[in-house]
Write a new protein. Structure first.
Length: 94
């Protein structure tokens, strides 16, 4: 596991044939009517997909795939080796 946040967990995956690495974000499905926390989390994951798909910026990890099962959504991103944003900020701002 690379990390965990309020929306889910991020795992490191590697293609055993090519050696290419991916970060896979798992977001548990939350259900609820509009205005509830569960609804907002689901909306947020789809907003993230829209933003990152259209960004095409070299400084952002691109989206390689998106899939879901009965319990969760999964976003497959390019893996960028480095430190988390909170660690970076602590090192450079404090």
């Amino acid at each position: 596991m690379l990390g965990r946040g309020s929306f889910g967990s991020v795992y490191l995956a590697e293609n055993i044939l090519t050696g290419r690495k991916w970060a896979i974000k798992e977001v548990p499905k939350s259900k609820g009517p509009p205005g509830t926390e569960g609804y907002q989390k689901t909306e947020s994951i789809f907003n993230e997909l829209k933003v990152l798909q259209g960004a095409g910026h070299p400084g952002l990890a691109g989206i390689a795939d998106f899939f879901e099962n009965r319990d969760a959504y999964f976003i497959v991103n390019d893996y960028v080796n480095g430190v988390s944003l909170d660690v970076f900020l602590k090192r450079h701002i404090e």
